[in-house]
Design a protein around this ligand. Structure first.
Ligand code: ADP
Ligand code: MG
Length: 706
């Protein structure tokens, strides 16, 4: 007898479950996607014990009749796909027909569903893959799926589950982000009869962000929208015998991008605050992450990441969604085009908006980490449960269970899930004694009992920590002013519009028309504008001006160099000599004339204009050391690009006007005008802010005039 056996359906389903369902959040993801696919307008998610005990997703979608209700649990049973051709143009979130049988193989599942308006429905009970009961029952149209005792029959998997609060945080993050992608739908997330998120339908994403994250976060984000025709160039044409002569050439369609991106002052230590949706599907994608990082290069420090919410829309045939069992990865047919489109759209938006950093935001703009929104692809590491602060525990005066909290108030404890926190070392939720401010913004005026009944400060801090670095501390300082400015709480549309108007006002586009008032300690320029008082760091401002000029000059190969009266001898360590050789040519193109002078010495005969003496020596050493540190460039071209910006940044830094330098009014005016002409007057090439605006509104508030 041979050794090979066909696996039973039950075993096959459990194996598939290993890929599709690895924690409560992935069950929620599958159920939520099914509800969205069923055209639901209201989706209610209930969890108990972080989803280990119970996950229930109820929707008002088109439901199923009795036959479908039974078929749904068969492996590879789907209503969304018939042929492989359709796989190329899939418009639904699901298509593999794997989720329900996988979930049913590792949990106890009850499905209640009705397809018509008439009150005829079906109830199916299934546990560990076996159907226990099927009955007709009166139900309204829609589907409710309850999943209890997840992994009850796979103890090994159950062991991998983290603390309840961690699992709940993953579930919350997931629901929050689907809620962001579908502002027109109602989402409710309830944990142990406690409403965590309740988002009523709104017209625009900005309003949904306002509902979910609050005014402050929305205020830190700027909208972006771009469109580009999809060019089919470079794609293989079908062979002549496959071409349909009657068929008109298919329109390649359009690539569309909408979303929000953060101002440069908002920085994160990891990529967890970058959310990418492709055709409304939440995905993680290295290519797009790279495009986003590129857009922010030399605007924020290389070790920081922005907050970005990106919705990409393209014809379904342009993107292969069948790359990963959990459908969290995709492959684009025109990778470079999509990458460059995202990078350029974001960069253009940043250049156009030139968002000015506000005073308080800049004060707190230390990069901070955010918890992961999507469970990592790899299984979580096993290990003893670590003690961490639970968002539910340790908070003085536990939150009112009936109150509505912003979804972002769920903050993962720093050490509750080693895998999810691989790069979130500095994330802390520090509960503090609450002060009674009605800070939480109600999503739905009717359902909020009393904002004061929860610990607004604590929850706001948690919410802020989720997206706004350091805003938790700022909140304490400006709470009085915030209190005074929430008359529109409840009217989401008006509030969101107001925030957007404020965002638009605070732009560095006005730099050129500022009236310089003088210098502060011979280091900072003070200037008056219609919108308030500006403080400009003279060193970094000049640095930005020089940086962009050097890059421009290098591009057209017109770098100005100056001959030194005496060659400058620079001694290098042996490892520095090794790094120097491959970058020598680029240094020369940037105005350096350097020759070896003995085994460990370089003779510098000429240098870029403005770079002298010790600064010249420092620049060289800096460029060489940085080049040594980063040798893992993805491509040669990119390596060269980076080297160029590094050299430009270094020269700019070392030849820019220093602090403690007296400037006359002519020079100040010149500097402001030149700065206004740069594409990123917001931050220096290393990511520090250049100009801060103390807005007129802030001034009035501080003097208690509003
Ligand atoms: P897939 O979503 O890949 O088709 P699933 O196993 O998730 O596979 O679901 C199987 C089928 O069950 C779906 O194709 C759909 O027809 C039906 N179904 C599942 N959930 C719902 C729901 N909430 N409303 C209506 N139909 C549903
Ligand atoms: Mg599905």
């Amino acid at each position: 007898m041979g050794r090979i056996r066909i696996l039973s359906d039950q075993v096959a389903n459990q194996i598939a479950a290993g890929e599709v369902v690895d924690r409560p959040a992935s069950v929620v993801k599958e159920l939520l996607e099914n509800s969205l696919d069923a055209g639901a307008m209201r989706i209610r998610i209930e969890v108990e014990a972080g989803g280990r005990k119970l996950i229930r997703v109820a929707d008002d979608g088109y439901g199923m009749n009795r036959d479908d209700a039974l078929l749904a649990f068969e492996r590879h049973a789907t209503s969304k796909l018939r042929t492989t051709d359709e796989l190329l143009s899939i418009a639904t979130l699901g298509f593999r027909g794997e989720a329900l049988p996988s979930i049913a193989s590792v949990a106890r599942v009850t499905l209640e569903t009705a397809a018509g308006e008439e009150a005829a429905g079906t109830r199916v009970e299934i546990a560990g893959g076996k159907i226990h009961r099927v009955e007709d029952t009166a139900l309204p149209r829609g589907t409710t799926i309850s999943v209890s005792d997840l992994f009850f029959n796979t103890p090994a998997r159950r062991k991998f589950l983290r603390a309840e609060s961690t699992e709940l945080a993953h579930v919350t993050a997931l629901v929050t982000h689907y809620a962001l992608a579908h502002p027109e739908k109602q989402f409710d997330l309830i944990s142990a009869s406690h409403t965590i998120l309740s988002a009523t339908p709104v017209a625009r994403t900005a309003e949904r962000i306002f509902q979910v994250f609050g005014k402050e976060t929305l205020g830190q984000l700027l909208p972006v929208a771009a469109e580009a025709p999809l060019d089919r160039a470079g794609l293989p044409e079908p062979p002549p015998w496959k071409k349909d002569p009657d068929q008109l050439p298919r329109q390649p369609g359009t690539l569309r991008l909408t979303g929000f991106y953060s101002k440069p002052e908002l920085q994160k230590l990891n990529r967890n605050s970058i959310y990418i949706f492709v055709n409304k599907r939440l995905i993680r994608d290295r290519l797009l992450l790279h495009a986003i990082t590129e857009a922010y290069r030399n605007v924020i420090p290389p070790t920081s990441f922005p907050v970005v919410l990106l919705f990409l829309e393209m014809p379904p045939e342009e993107v292969d969604v069948n790359v990963h069992p959990a459908k969290t990865e995709v492959r684009f047919r025109q990778q470079t085009l999509v990458h460059d489109f995202v990078r350029d759209s974001l960069r253009t938006a940043l250049i156009k908006a030139r968002p000015a950093a506000g005073f308080l935001a800049a004060l707190d703009s230390q990069p901070s980490a955010s918890p992961s929104l999507m469970p990592p692809a790899a299984s979580p590491l096993p290990g003893p449960p670590r003690t961490g602060l639970s968002p539910w525990g340790g908070v003085p005066g536990a939150p009112d269970r009936d109150s509505i909290l912003p979804a972002s108030s769920i903050v993962l404890p720093p050490d509750s899930d080693p895998a999810a926190f691989a790069d979130a070392e500095t994330f802390h939720l520090t509960p503090r004694v609450p002060s009674p401010i009605p800070g939480t913004l109600p999503f739905d005026g009717r359902s909020v009992p009393d904002p004061r009944s929860l610990d607004p400060q604590v929850w706001r801090d948690a919410a802020d920590a989720f997206l706004v670095p350091g805003a938790a501390t700022a909140a304490g300082e400006c709470s009085a002013t915030i209190n005074g400015s929430t008359p529109y709480a409840g009217d989401t549309a008006a509030a969101a519009a107001l925030v957007e108007a404020e965002q638009a006002a605070a732009s560095l586009n006005r730099l050129g028309s500022l009236r310089p008032l003088g210098q502060l300690r011979e280091s900072f320029i003070l200037a008056a504008g219609d919108d308030g008082l500006w403080i400009i760091d003279q060193h970094v401002a000049h640095e930005r001006v020089l940086f962009e000029k050097i890059l421009r000059d290098r591009q057209v190969e017109r770098v100005q160099r100056q001959r030194l009266l005496m060659p400058l001898l620079v001694e290098l360590k042996p490892e520095q000599m090794v790094v120097f050789a491959p970058i020598a040519q680029e240094l020369e193109a940037n105005g350096f004339e350097v020759e070896p002078f003995g085994p460990q010495t370089l003779a510098v005969k000429a240098a870029p204009v403005g770079l002298e003496g010790a600064e010249l020596e420092r620049t060289l050493a800096e460029v060489i050391d940085q080049s040594a540190a980063d040798s893992d460039e993805p491509s040669r071209n990119e390596g060269l690009n980076r080297l160029r910006t590094r050299i430009a940044a270094s020269i700019a830094c070392h030849s820019a006007i220093k602090v403690n330098t007296l400037l006359d009014s002519k020079r100040i005016e010149w500097l402001l005008l030149e700065l206004a002409k740069t594409s990123h007057p917001t931050s220096c090439p290393h990511g520090r802010p250049i100009a801060l605006l103390y807005s007129w509104k802030e001034i009035l508030r501080a003097f208690h005039r509003i």
